[in-house]
Design a protein around this ligand. Structure first.
Ligand code: CP
Length: 317
């Protein structure tokens, strides 16, 4: 069964297959040539955390494929009252495919272990494969082919999003430079790191000028935690020290217009969103001529349509 959890399970050929399908699906959609590939098929979208893009892009994608998507919120269902393994097995009896935004990747792996339906990790603390594959599509589009993407740079903190992006790019032969002074401890997967590093395509460089030289794409993601703040935007007293420590550690790696214009004027600017303006990224970077951030958001839908079809065994579009 084709689960998509960490991208450790997918080969270079699998990634290229889904990329090819996503490009064709998007082209056909833009020409008004949509086809119902999945009549009477249901995706269950199970969320333990909030979302804008993941929910909308998967749901709209299933609609466009001629199937149906059901939103299931952990807080308004019975999961808190019973055994997770039992409840998720019942859920999958209604589904042809399960998309799961989980607090813990181990629960996505547990759902997949039943091999009832294909499962997608839709952002856990360790992985975000749908984001990584969608970002491959965005980079391929803006470079006129993924083979023209030679180098990406990740700024800030290594985390769930960088894990899957690093692995996907490394498998495709793209140089990945991590300009990140820390790793989110919850995101660590040593097997994933080994798979990525064994390709020989991953480097850690903390000097910004050196890291950004000849970059094609520069990515970042949040290193600030929303639980640090009061409702009025002030920092809670209990988090003040950690807030100050993170500003000191990560702010030098902020993705902003100044560093792009100075060190990598040809590089495209990427962020999976939501953007925390003034922290990991500045407004002048989001709105820079080099920004492809809104294409990234749109491409979630096109790539995820390809992922869903591939997982359900449809490879010709
Ligand atoms: N990038 C991303 O996954 O966005 P959401 O958290 O809004 O789904």
């Amino acid at each position: 069964m084709r689960h998509i959890i960490s991208l450790k399970e997918q080969s270079k050929e699998d990634i290229l297959k889904m990329l090819d399908m996503a490009i064709k699906l998007k082209e056909k959609r833009n020409k008004g040539e949509m086809k119902s590939y999945l009549p009477q098929k249901t995706m269950i979208m199970f969320f333990e955390k909030s979302s804008t893009r993941t929910r909308l892009s998967f749901e709209a994608g299933m609609t466009e494929l001629g199937g149906h998507a059901i939103f299931l919120d952990k807080r308004t269902s019975q999961f808190s009252k019973t055994d997770f393994g039992h409840e998720i097995q019942a859920v999958m009896r209604y589904a042809d495919i399960l998309m799961y935004r989980a607090k813990k990747a181990e629960n996505v792996e547990k759902a997949a272990s039943f091999d009832a339906v294909p499962v997608i990790d839709a952002c856990s603390e360790k992985y975000h494969p749908a984001q990584a594959l969608s970002d491959i599509l965005t980079m391929a589009e803006h470079a006129d082919g993924i083979e023209n993407v030679k180098k990406i740079v990740w700024l800030g903190i290594e985390n769930n999003v960088s894990n899957t992006l690093k692995l996907a790019c490394a498998k495709l032969g793209i140089e990945v430079v991590l300009a990140a002074p820390e790793v989110d401890p919850d995101s660590v997967d040593e097997d994933l790191d080994k798979q990525a590093e064994d390709t020989g395509n991953v480097k850690k460089i903390l000097d910004l000028e050196e890291a950004l030289e000849d970059a094609d794409y520069v990515h970042t993601d949040t290193w600030i935690n929303m639980e640090f703040f009061n409702d009025d935007g002030s920092v809670k007293d209990s988090f003040k020290d950690e807030y100050d420590r993170r500003i000191d550690t990560f702010k030098p790696y902020q993705l902003n217009a100044e560093i792009i214009d100075k060190y990598a004027p040809e590089a495209k600017i990427m962020h999976c969103m939501p953007c925390h303006l003034g922290y990991e990224i500045s407004r002048d970077a989001v709105e820079h001529d080099n920004s492809v951030i809104f294409d990234q958001a749109e491409n979630r839908m096109h790539m995820q349509k390809a992922m869903i079809l591939w997982q359900l065994g449809i490879e010709k579009v």
